[in-house]
Design a protein around this ligand. Structure first.
Ligand SMILES: NC(=O)c1ccc[n+]([C@@H]2O[C@H](COP(=O)([O-])OP(=O)(O)OC[C@H]3O[C@@H](n4cnc5c(N)ncnc54)[C@H](O)[C@@H]3O)[C@@H](O)[C@H]2O)c1
Length: 374
């Protein structure tokens, strides 16, 4: 496949991020098909036209179904609010398109299951979800070190994901706070990322015991003197057990003042420990308990071209990749899957396993008991 026609639904934070990835992926990864930015969709016509011109898409539409009929489009990005993902993804798959959909997959576990079934039925079509942090070269190096036994037998995981985008109780109400458009709150927005990292380094989850709370129950409605109810979780914490027998603690909050991309993980083993903080995503910290005690301490390993796929974006170590560049790697993995090459996108089946964990948080918090994860 020499070129692939792509379409983009949604032009907000993630829409622009996908658009930039489409613009960069061929230059970064020469061995992927050339990208033809065929069409872009958003609800407001003038805005959609402006974005199409700025993002380099040939045409704009306000009707996403219009994209399904276009034979020049083989891959569709879905960056609309969560409540639209299921309908759009299932329809795109039925129309024979490959799908790159943002996380979380959907509002409910049943919706995510339906999307997974649609992807399984669509033979020869690839799917990917927006788990870009998994593509961080420093994170993948941590995974390699663990597999090589650098920190011995791994027995404990500590992870937190904190942001402050809703920390001020006066931040206005939005679609992200509703069951109808967002589904779960912090769980769907932030905890999914932490779960994806925990799975990557520790393997599957076996069970958990969670506490999930709304802290700021009402938010002002922009442009009026009314308030509206916050329908989904601000905070979600859990004790977890992995299938390997290892244990862990996962904490998450969207109301954590001062935290901007506070996604932090620690993995403890019998011979050492490693940790990574996403606010410094190019630095992996490794402690190995050997050598003279007085010389021991954490080593700070800066990501470089010897940590795949850093070299595709930058030849110079320590110069650093950013959030948007991880998205380029995420897209390359999907394009490799589209062209039948070995790759590891987070497809709908893997995404469904992440959704099972966040919905287990919600069930456990409601029942107040330990909850098994299939
Ligand atoms: N992977 C990540 O790190 C990450 C980060 C932020 C958001 N997200 C996810 O991305 C998705 C979008 O979030 P966002 O922050 O970009 O939101 P946003 O509000 O900035 O953008 C959403 C866009 O979808 C458009 N839209 C709404 N209904 C539409 C329709 N019917 N047809 C076409 N377009 C429509 C909106 O007009 C807007 O342009 C969510 O699922 C969110 O959870 C992922």
């Amino acid at each position: 496949m020499e070129k692939i026609g792509v379409a983009l639904i949604g032009t907000g934070f993630m829409g622009k991020c996908h658009a930039m990835a489409y613009g960069a992926v061929k230059a970064a990864f020469g061995d992927v098909p050339a990208i033809e930015r065929a069409a872009l969709c958003d609800v407001d016509e003038a805005h959609a036209r402006k974005c199409a011109a700025e993002f380099g898409f040939a045409r704009a539409t306000t009707d996403w179904r219009d994209l399904l009929k276009d034979p020049g489009i083989q891959l569709i990005s879905i960056t609309s609010p969560n409540g639209l993902h299921r309908e759009m993804a299932v329809a795109a798959l039925a129309a024979g398109k490959h799908v790159w959909c943002e996380k979380p997959m959907a509002l409910t576990l049943a919706d995510a299951e339906a999307m997974t079934a649609a992807a399984a039925k669509a033979k020869g079509q690839a799917t990917a979800l927006g788990y870009g942090y998994l593509r961080n070269p420093a994170l993948q190096f941590a995974r390699k070190l663990i597999a090589q036994g650098a920190i011995g037998e791994v027995f404990d995981f500590r992870g937190s994901v904190d942001e402050d985008y809703m920390a001020d109780p006066l931040i206005p109400w939005s679609w992200r706070l509703t069951r109808k458009d967002a589904g779960l709150g912090t769980l769907g927005d932030l905890t999914v990322h932490l779960v994806s990292l925990a799975q990557e380094l520790m393997g599957n989850f076996e069970s958990l015991c969670a506490m999930v709370d709304v802290v700021h129950g009402q938010r002002p409605v922009q442009g009026s003197d009314k308030t509206a109810a916050v329908e989904n979780d601000d905070i979600a914490h859990a004790l977890v057990r992995f299938a390997s027998g290892a244990r862990g603690v996962l904490t998450s909050s969207r109301i954590a003042h001062g935290r901007k991309n506070g996604l932090k993980i620690e993995v403890h083993g019998s011979k050492g420990m490693l940790w990574l903080d996403n606010e410094r995503m190019n630095e992996l910290n490794l402690y190995v308990a050997d050598g003279p005690r007085e010389e021991r301490g954490f080593r700070r390993i800066l990501a470089g071209p010897y940590h795949p796929a850093y070299d595709r974006l930058c030849p110079a170590p320590g110069h650093g990749l950013g959030f948007n560049e991880l998205k380029v790697i995420e897209l390359a993995e999907l394009l490799y899957a589209v062209t039948g090459r070995p790759s590891q996108p987070v497809d709908f089946a893997r995404g469904f396993s992440i959704e099972k964990v966040i919905h287990a948080f919600a069930r456990s918090a409601e029942s107040g008991t330990w909850t098994k994860i299939d």
